[in-house]
Design a protein around this ligand. Structure first.
Ligand code: IYR
Length: 221
């Protein structure tokens, strides 16, 4: 397809001081984000998740094929089915599959096979990565950089949810093929992760962990 171009009208330049200030205040805002596992059942105001998912849908991605799909689950019965299926996998993981080294790495998070938040939280967003497209005649089309694209979109989604004033948990029961069955998604969509979203419980606790400082994560050359 021949490209059509239009002027870039959305770019906004800021003076250097303001740019630094903006960079640092965004840093401050995202540094307040914590992954939360203790959720309140309080419902999410209408429209909030739609805006967050539209934000996720603006993410850069392979050939602009936008290889993702988001399923928002608020139905208690579907949440219960997801919890039951996830806990089966998680029990397998914690009791059999996980190597000792992996369990040691997880120890600081205090996680286990019980996933009550899958029912308590008001919303789950199942993120699917579209491995390939399907044309109306049934033939497949290729997608590109599918994991990168879904990962960036999920990053946008997590930031948007935080910016809106909610908390989230990236949950990855493994394997999570059961999500296709429960949610009726086609086989070309691979479950990428389950984002648990809502308000934190009044007494929510988070693990006392820290992030690596700039000097450890960045090199200048
Ligand atoms: N999926 C399991 C285990 C787990 C794995 C990683 I890597 C984490 O950062 C956290 C948990 C669970 O959700 O408990």
């Amino acid at each position: 397809m021949a490209p059509t171009f239009q002027p870039l009208t959305t770019y906004q330049e800021y003076p250097a001081d303001e740019m630094r200030h903006r960079a640092e205040s965004f840093e401050e805002e995202l540094t307040r984000r914590r992954t939360v596992r203790d959720f309140s059942s309080r419902p999410i105001p209408d429209g909030v998740l739609d805006a967050c998912i539209r934000t996720a849908g603006t993410a850069p991605n392979g050939a602009n094929l936008q290889p993702w799909h988001f399923v928002v689950i608020t139905d208690p019965d579907i949440k219960r089915q997801i919890r039951e299926a996830a806990e089966i996998e998680e029990r397998e993981f914690y009791e059999k599959r996980a190597p000792a080294e992996w369990l040691e790495a997880l120890a600081q998070l205090g996680t286990d096979a019980n996933k009550p938040f899958l029912e308590t939280a008001p919303a789950l967003i199942a993120v699917f990565a579209e491995s390939y497209g399907v044309k109306s005649d049934g033939n497949r089309t290729k997608n590109y950089y599918v994991s990168e694209s879904a990962g960036i979109a999920t990053g946008f989604l997590i930031a948007a949810v935080h910016h809106a004033g909610l908390v989230s948990l990236t949950h990855t029961p493994s394997p999570m093929g059961f999500l296709n069955g429960i949610l009726g998604r086609p086989v070309n969509e691979k479950p990428f992760l389950l984002l648990v979203v809502g308000y934190p419980a009044a007494d929510a606790q988070v693990p006392a962990i820290t992030k690596r400082p700039l000097a450890k994560i960045r090199t200048l050359r």
